[in-house]
Design a protein around this ligand. Structure first.
Ligand code: B12
Length: 350
């Protein structure tokens, strides 16, 4: 899988970002007046992040991935009252430098996003407004999180579970949209990082309190190993996937956030689970996920383990899971279990 910079080459990426920012700022002297030295340092930092996304997109052959990143960044510019022309100008400068270097692939990805930029969505819509069977409950839960009322939020959910709302419904129609909405409010500048962290940790503690409700029906005898790829800190979605598999009779081993590739291969070889659930939320972690799939395929000790992937980039780019060599993708926990039920179904009577 070809990367634009040498693997692990942060200094190369940094030097490239510095060069692009220098060129753009020399052409636009008002940038220095407006943002100063600290602003320039942050531009270089942000551009390194952009380069990481560009590398992930070119490495996985997904134009859609870089479009999705550009749209997200453009929304952040709009919501924080930054000039979108500077975003476009910086991407054009990158395009110019890649073209000068003869790097046609990243140039093509940049040109694609620049071409589509004006038609991109300014700000994503409220994620609780969609057709949600537990919308009132979700709205109440989100309001309590935003009020930093952890006990009230826990009481609301435990009571809902007691009244018979299935755990999977609470996961998919309450926690998931509420956390997605928290992310949207953060990116639009309406929620601070501490407020987002509060909502996250409160939800994690309520998930733990719900464990007694996770009684499973009779076991299938099948085992799931659930991991986040190295560098990936978003683990709540995977946790829900693991719990929903448990509820459906699987024996789940949940290893959580940021597990190194060699560690995952070792765990698969040792435990030989039927299914590995691999979660990736941050696109720059995708090349490591692809390297993991390659390592698993190359190891005869892992031959009987199927690989299902999921998380934000896979939901944005429908064929990404194929490009990194996985066996399947699950849009959410319920879809993942539905795929596993079909895939591992015992052959019926002839
Ligand atoms: C909580 C949170 C964090 C927490 C995570 C804590 C934890 N212990 O998990 C912390 C604070 C660590 C964090 C950090 C960052 N975050 Co954050 N985070 C979020 C937030 C608000 C919620 C994530 C979540 O739990 N969602 C709820 C779960 C249930 O949903 P889900 O993850 O989509 O999972 C479901 C499906 O996707 C699927 N699924 C997921 N995994 C798998 C795996 C398999 C096998 C299958 C089949 C299915 C599957 O099933 C799940 C359940 O149905 C999201 C917003 C969002 N849209 O999700 C931002 C978000 C993901 N974060 C974002 C960012 C930018 C970051 C940071 C880069 C911020 C920074 N500058 O430091 C860092 C990166 C850290 C890293 N290296 O991983 C952006 C990503 C944007 C982008 N374009 O990539 C988001 C989208 C926020 C936003 N709107 O801008 N974050």
């Amino acid at each position: 899988m070809g990367l634009i910079f040498d693997a692990g080459s942060d200094p190369q990426r940094r030097a490239f970002a510095e060069r692009a920012v220098l060129r753009y700022w020399l052409r636009h002297p008002e940038m220095a007046q407006r943002y100063g030295t600290e602003g320039r340092r942050r531009c270089v930092e942000d551009l390194q992040y952009t380069l990481l996304y560009l590398e992930a997109a070119t490495a996985t052959g997904s134009l859609e991935l870089f479009r999705s990143y550009t749209e997200w960044l453009r929304s952040i510019f709009i919501c924080h009252h930054l000039d979108v022309a500077d975003l476009a100008g910086t991407l054009e400068t990158l395009l110019e430098i890649f073209t000068e270097r003869g790097d046609a692939l990243p140039a093509e990805y940049l040109a694609d996003s620049l071409r589509l930029m004006d038609s991109m969505e300014d700000v994503p819509p409220n994620l609780l407004a969609e057709n949600n069977p537990h919308r009132t409950l979700a709205q109440g839960y989100l309001a309590l999180l935003l009020d930093q009322d952890r006990q009230g939020a826990a009481d609301l959910i435990i009571n809902a579970a007691d009244t018979g709302i299935p755990l999977t419904d609470l996961y998919l129609h309450v926690f998931q949209p509420c956390l997605h909405e928290v992310g949207r409010l953060w990116m639009t500048g309406r929620l601070t990082i501490p407020q987002e962290h509060f909502a996250t940790t409160a939800t994690q503690s309520i998930l733990a309190q719900l464990q007694p409700y996770a009684a499973c029906r009779s076991g299938t005898g099948r085992r799931l190993l659930a991991v986040c790829i190295d560098g990936e800190l978003h683990e709540i979605g995977l946790r829900m996937v693991g719990d929903v598999f448990t509820l459906n009779g699987w024996e789940t081993t949940f290893l959580g956030a940021s597990v190194p590739v060699a560690g995952i291969v070792g765990a698969v070889k040792a435990d030989r689970p039927e299914l590995l659930a691999l979660s990736v939320t941050i696109a720059p972690n995708l090349p490591k996920a692809a390297a993991l799939v390659e390592a698993l395929r190359a190891d005869p000790g892992c031959a009987n383990t199927r690989i299902i992937v999921g998380g934000h980039p896979f939901n944005r780019c429908p064929d990404l899971w194929r490009r990194i060599g996985a066996d399947a993708h699950g849009r959410d926990a319920a879809a993942a279990v539905a795929w596993a039920d079909r895939h591992f179904a015992l052959p019926g009577p002839a």
